[in-house]
Design a binder for this molecule. Structure first.
Ligand SMILES: C[S@@+](CC[C@H](N)C(=O)[O-])C[C@H]1O[C@@H](n2cnc3c(N)ncnc32)[C@H](O)[C@@H]1O
Length: 347
């Protein structure tokens, strides 16, 4: 069986170790910086990516066909990657993930032209309510394709997908989008405390999803853009926001370091921390603010990797938090650089 694995480009060695723990006798076929096409024994892969201990593996898909791109008939051979699949006659969405394709067309060109061809042979491309996702991955002029139930996988290329959803306030916003999706946190409501909030990508996203946000950072948020996008912000110079301010504004920004913030008797539903400080300091900050988080409230924490050994940093943060939090899982997501995301739940 052929597979494609998609993992962190910052930890390729650890990603390979993780993959090799699951699959014996991996035979690499093609690779790019964060992608490996390989052959291995047939496995039921549905639970592998979400399995405990899978920190680096982001996506794992089966491939059903492969072939070579003909440079003189690029779009035709890219379309063949999908037509060669024995697709059921269901509503489908096509996605092309184009890696290192030198003189090729864009992924979108391939999707449009393939969709038109399929349509003329009786298939129904449907971007809004698809039932299956048919995908082709082009690496160094070779194509690999497959399809999957849309309920299981909605997209292949996370950069493209999340970029389209992002407000552009900060690159960090994509990290939180990926985290909420990956950890399956769908309903966010109530009050969030966002530590290390500037320039405001996370605070904006949480506010947009309906939460009230207390944003803490001595740096400025992008007030103008946040306002333009429809969320109101109040800047508070003091340590404590008033209840009235929290009720009135979408985001209340306490413009000081977390060490100098005192939130009184607020009760938050979520605590987020994206501060660029060491994992030990981050854990200490989360513990300091855990008194404001209600029982069962989520803490979403970025663990910055101060050395290459991210697993040791994750472990240290987990140990430090374990008195007050049950740590659910750790994951290096596509938008993480030298860092991982931790999901913890207040005990
Ligand atoms: C990666 S940025 C956060 C980006 C943010 N999540 C977003 O989406 O725009 C890290 C932030 O942590 C803040 N930070 C670092 N130390 C801090 C501290 N002691 N108290 C509050 N914020 C701090 C920095 O000022 C910086 O703005």
């Amino acid at each position: 069986m052929h597979y494609i694995a998609y993992f962190s480009s910052f930890f390729p060695k650890s990603s390979m170790e993780e993959l090799s723990r699951e699959f014996k006798n991996i035979k690499p076929i093609a690779s790019a910086v964060n992608v490996l096409v390989f052959e291995a024994d047939d496995r039921d892969i549905s639970r592998i990516v979400s399995g405990s201990g899978m920190i680096f593996l982001y996506r794992l898909l089966k491939l059903q066909c492969h072939g070579t791109i003909d440079e003189n008939a690029y779009l035709d051979s890219a379309a063949e990657s999908i037509t060669a699949l024995k697709l059921p006659k269901k509503k489908l969405r096509i996605e092309c993930f184009n890696i290192n394709s030198r003189r090729g067309y864009s992924a979108k060109d391939i999707e449009v032209s393939t969709g038109l061809r399929l349509e003329s042979s009786g298939y129904t491309p449907d971007l809004k309510t698809p039932e299956i996702l048919a995908y082709t991955i082009i690496i160094n002029m070779k194509w690999y394709s497959g399809y999957v139930d849309y309920n299981e996988v909605q997209f292949i290329d996370p950069y493209r997908h999340y970029k389209a959803l992002s407000s552009g306030i900060s690159r960090a916003e994509m990290k939180l989008l990926q985290t909420l999706d990956t950890f399956g946190i769908k309903a966010v409501r109530g009050l969030a405390i966002d530590l290390g909030a500037a320039p405001g990508g996370w605070s904006y996203l949480l506010a947009k999803r309906g939460m009230k946000v207390i944003a803490i950072d001595r740096g400025k948020l992008n007030y103008e853009r946040i306002n333009k996008l429809g969320e109101s912000v109040l800047i508070v110079e003091g340590a404590k926001p008033s209840k009235a301010d929290i009720n009135l504004f979408d985001i209340v920004h306490i413009s000081r370091g977390f060490e100098h913030a005192d939130l009184g008797n607020v009760s938050a539903d979520m605590l987020t921390d994206d501060m660029n400080i060491s994992p030990k300091e981050t854990a200490a900050a989360v513990l300091k603010f855990s008194k404001y988080l209600r029982r069962d409230g989520h803490a979403i924490i970025t663990i910055k990797c101060t050395t290459r050994n991210i697993k040791a940093h994750i472990k240290r943060a987990q140990d430090l938090l374990s008195g007050e939090f049950a740590v659910y899982c750790a994951k290096v997501l596509p938008s993480n650089r030298q860092e991982a995301m931790l999901l913890a739940v207040k005990k």
